[in-house]
Design a binder for this molecule. Structure first.
Ligand code: AMP
Ligand code: GLY
Length: 417
């Protein structure tokens, strides 16, 4: 099988590595890719926002399956263009990707499908915004309707900050605050059938103890030893299956990865958000643990054959990933500094994200520069490996959290007894 992978981040690096492990894979191409992905794939420097160019590339390479990593090309209709050209594609249509691209659309789908989520109002006027804020009270949760690259959501005790954030967008969703731990749970769907992956947890704040601004994600781990036994079953039943059925009923079947961001609240499980693609950095802990051949699985999803797929096969190991962020990330990341020590990391795996290669030297080229994943018999062992790995990498002014999976690793000992 010849596969073309779209994207250039740590998520795509993990996808490339996992696709490569599948014996069915003959050729792996990536557009645009990054210096880490180049170890697994042939890179093509094309503009992935230009749908006709990507379709032409896929045809020229006689690609059997295109896997789309990031949300932007999905919302931009790349999957539609590829399918129209008869190319099997893992990734939802622009309409189906609205589950991520429009908070208001996601709320409507959840409402119609009976999926548990925070109560909300969609507002366009000052009067509506004020009324909604006062209905729910503090802490206020204000979300811009469209894609906002992680900057669209504000959670604040300060009514003035909530108002100012709301006024920045023509359409906002204002909703009740959800308490309790957050979990990411991904489902792989062919539009009719959906298979749940194992849960992971992401650390969204920039600094230790969940201090600092929201980021794209500073680290992750899987599995979650503290999660309820029936979490996956419950999420399938209450969230993933009804959402897929609703999208199908609307004639916009969701073919690709449905990412459910969940809160385990005191009133039960609720959806915080949907994304229409693999999460980053959760993918860097999930795929190293997935034993099911990935190219075969994603091809089955892309071609409507998931019902025939075997149940997902997971290793019993634990994985922890820690993100190395550039100085100033997430507000104003500094780029263009040399990154050294990547090849000295032996036990852990380094997934590159914001990197560029020039004259044989690796440079920082984005806010989240790379992620180091450790895999071990326990979260404690996996953490140790990830932190040992990241400590050998140097990048001027960079920072990483020291508490990824720290609290959860305490459950290792409980499990052993
Ligand atoms: P989203 O882009 O919807 O995932 O929001 C980003 C982050 O804001 C989430 O990961 C949560 O930490 C937080 N958040 C979003 N919605 C809520 C909510 N209703 N209650 C509490 N926190 C929220
Ligand atoms: N891990 C958060 C995201 O992928 O959006």
């Amino acid at each position: 099988m010849k596969v073309l992978l779209i994207g250039s981040g740590g998520r795509e690096h993990a996808l490339a590595q996992a696709l490569r492990r599948d014996p069915i894979l003959e050729e792996l191409h990536a557009a645009p890719g990054n210096p880490g992905i180049a170890d697994f794939a042939t890179l093509h420097a094309v503009d992935t926002d230009d749908n006709p160019t990507v379709v032409a590339l896929a045809k020229e390479l006689a690609i059997d399956l295109v896997v789309i990593g990031p949300e932007k090309p999905l919302v931009n209709g790349l999957a539609d263009a590829l399918r129209k050209a008869g190319i099997a594609t893992f990734g939802p249509s622009a309409m189906a990707a609205s589950l991520e691209g429009s908070k208001d659309f996601a709320k409507q789908v959840m409402h119609d499908a009976g999926v548990p989520t925070a109560r909300s109002f969609t507002c366009s006027t000052k009067a509506e915004i004020e009324a909604a804020l006062d209905t729910f009270g503090a802490p206020y949760v204000v979300k811009h309707d469209g894609l906002a690259a992680g900057k669209g959501v504000v959670v604040t005790e300060d009514r003035q900050i909530a108002l100012e954030h709301a006024y920045l967008s023509p359409k906002v969703v204002i909703e009740e605050f959800l308490d309790g731990p957050e979990i990411s749970l991904f489902g792989i769907s062919d539009g009719t059938t959906i298979l749940a992956m194992q849960p992971a947890q992401d650390f969204k704040r920039a600094f230790d103890a969940d201090a600092g601004p929201n980021t794209g994600g500073m680290g992750a781990y899987s599995p979650l030893p503290w999660a309820p036994q029936d979490l996956v079953e419950q999420t399938l039943r209450e969230v993933l299956k009804p959402t897929i059925a609703e999208m199908r009923a609307r004639d916009t079947p969701f073919i690709g990865l449905l990412y459910a961001g969940l809160a385990l609240t005191s009133k039960g499980l609720k959806v915080i958000e949907f994304n229409a693609r693999f999460g980053d950095p959760e993918t860097q802990v999930l795929l190293p643990r997935l034993k099911t051949p990935l190219a075969t699985l994603l091809y089955q999803a892309a071609t409507g054959h998931l019902l025939e797929a075997a149940p997902l096969d997971w290793s019993t190991s634990s994985a922890v990933t820690v993100v190395l962020a550039a100085e100033g990330y997430p507000i104003a990341p500094r780029t263009g500094d040399p990154v050294t020590g990547v090849s000295a990391v032996k036990e852990a795996f380094v997934y590159q994200a914001g990197t560029a290669l020039a004259d044989g030297t690796l440079y920082s080229a984005g806010g989240r520069v790379l992620a180091v994943t450790g895999v071990g018999d326990s979260l404690t062992a996996a953490r140790l490996q990830a932190y040992e790995g990241i400590s050998t990498i140097t990048l001027r002014g960079s920072h990483y959290r020291s508490d990824i999976a720290l609290a959860a690793s305490a459950s290792d000992k409980v499990r052993e007894n």
